[in-house]
Design a binder for this molecule. Structure first.
Ligand code: ADP
Length: 503
């Protein structure tokens, strides 16, 4: 299989830019394949065709009319549509009106069935299209069943018996945990639960993420630091014993961003264009953002932005704690764009009421507004409790907004603390997950902002850095080759055994 022919990679993701996005996974799935294609990989992306993906707008054509896909003790009909992104990267979309034609992407009672059917339809569909992948690259829990199938029901299938799997963990906190019934749906009930001596919880639940880690030929996560952190109980989300067992197959590869989508010189959503050689348009972006956000239009006041899912992961408890003292003693403005936990919606709505002309809160998901915030803010806040990679800080830097981060995971790998004496560093970083540490770091950033020339140099420095996929796409090609070379035909039974119904 591994001669001169191009490497064929089936890239499965629950969300892909520009079709459906709730977070960084979509950015990765919409940009990494384009970079892989430039390296000569025949990569094809698979995702469900959600109701929000307009077939006309995206020029979908039907490549497979409805065909039966095995599910549980019966079959379900699905069809496959096709479109392309970038330089002719094929995107297959699995269509089944009942399962995917809904308003949202996740959070339905039958999510396990929805993503199992999506994966199974693609595996069966590739046979029908006679496109045989060398590697199936799976992302997060939604597609984690594929490595499990490859080592069980597909292991003797002539079409897939040499196919290797790479499993990428974008966020260990979302594991996709279900009951035994899901094994029946997936056709895996004869194999049962995974039993592991250090994971007592695994023998009576189906943990999709755990299965991806357990069965994949190679595993990676999206930064070097997070790859190390998840080996510890603090960051391992109960799966650290499993990850430690497989650490010789676990790698960290930093995410990139799409330099075409995130480009202040061409971005269609921002008020004025600018680049490193001429930053003048940036002042207009700041003014327009202040206007849209209902803030005082003042070019000199430091404007801090945050764009994020509003969850505990992202450090919003710390931000909420420091907002009152900062607003009272420090001159700055703050714009927040995010959706998530209701308690953060309530909390930030209340805080906003106290400072209506210095703070703006947009509790929605709005991609164009996000671009305006990256372009119009002076600083970008990301004090995450943990962060597999983080794209917000990378996009912010591309637009010249200086990151203020907690040093963890990918944030630690991409943002180094600025030292005004030496000019070293590219942002403002702190370590302990404590409100005082965040407060002091924001104060420090705002103090540094007063030194206009130094700040200007800092902006040019962050804008000049390379956040593209160029380096990391090569690393993924290496991981594909490594997965093929070190493919394990069966599950590693010397460490585990698979038991039925937890007996
Ligand atoms: P995560 O994947 O954990 O949500 P990342 O920083 O890796 O975090 O990626 C988040 C992506 O989602 C970025 O592209 C960010 O701009 C975008 N994003 C997050 N929240 C919103 C929102 N409310 N509106 C628009 N874009 C958002």
């Amino acid at each position: 299989m591994e001669q001169k022919e191009p490497l064929r990679v089936l890239f499965l993701s629950a969300e892909v830019v520009p079709f459906a996005k709730t977070g960084g996974l979509a950015d990765v799935a919409g940009s990494l394949p384009k970079a892989l294609k430039k390296l000569g990989v025949d990569v094809r992306v698979g995702m469900p065709r959600y109701g929000r993906v307009d077939p006309e707008k995206f020029g979908l054509s039907t490549v497979l009319e409805p065909f039966p896909v095995p599910m549980d003790d019966h079959t379900i009909e699905a069809s496959i549509r096709q479109t392309t992104i970038g330089d002719d990267v094929v995107v297959y979309m699995v269509e089944n009106a009942e399962l995917y034609d809904r308003e949202g992407i996740y959070m339905y009672h039958d999510d396990a069935e929805r993503f199992i059917l999506f994966c199974r339809a693609l595996l069966e569909g590739m046979k029908r299209l006679d496109w045989q992948p060398h590697v199936i690259h799976c992302h997060d829990w939604h597609t984690a069943i594929v490595p499990n199938w490859m080592k069980t029901i597909y292991k003797d299938d002539p079409f897939y018996k040499e196919t290797a799997t790479l499993y990428t963990i974008h966020n260990l906190a979302y594991q996709g945990i279900f009951g035994y019934r899901v094994l029946e749906v997936a056709g895996l009930d004869e194999f049962g639960f995974i039993v592991h001596p250090d994971l007592p919880d695994l023998d009576n639940v189906v943990d999709m993420m755990g299965r991806g880690i357990y069965f994949a030929d190679i595993i990676n996560t999206v930064s070097e630091t997070y790859a190390q952190e998840i080996l510890t109980p603090e960051y391992g989300e109960h799966l650290d014993p499993l990850l430690r067992d497989r650490r010789d197959r676990l790698f960290g590869v930093l995410n990139g961003i799409d330099p075409e989508v995130h480009n202040p010189a061409t971005d269609p959503y921002i008020s004025a264009h600018y680049d490193m050689h001429d930053l003048s348009g940036r002042a207009e972006c700041k003014r327009a953002l202040q206007e849209e956000a209902g803030l005082t239009q003042d070019p000199h006041i430091p404007l801090i932005g945050a764009i994020s899912r509003l969850t505990d992961q992202k450090g919003f408890d710390l931000i909420a704690q420091v907002m009152d003292p900062l607003m009272q003693y420090l001159r700055f403005q703050f714009v927040l764009l995010g959706t998530g936990d209701q308690r953060y919606h309530d909390l930030f709505t209340q805080i906003h009421q106290r400072y209506p002309d210095r703070m703006a809160v947009f509790l929605t998901f709005n991609a164009p507004l996000a671009q305006k915030i990256y372009a119009g803010t002076d600083m970008f806040l990301m004090p995450s409790r943990f962060e597999p990679c983080g794209l917000g800080q990378l996009i912010a830097m591309r637009y010249g907004s200086i990151p203020i981060v907690r040093s963890t995971g990918g944030l630690a790998d991409t943002v180094q603390d600025f030292d005004p004496e030496t000019g070293g560093g590219n942002g403002f970083a702190f370590q302990p997950y404590e409100a005082m540490a965040l407060l002091a770091t924001i104060v420090r950033a705002v103090e540094n902002y007063k030194y206009r020339e130094t700040w200007h140099r800092l902006m040019l420095k962050v804008m000049a850095a390379d956040y593209s996929w160029d380096a990391s796409a090569h690393r993924y090609v290496d991981l594909y080759r490594r997965a093929l070379a070190s493919r394990i035909p069966r599950p590693p039974r010397e460490v585990y055994h698979v038991g039925g119904r937890g007996e």
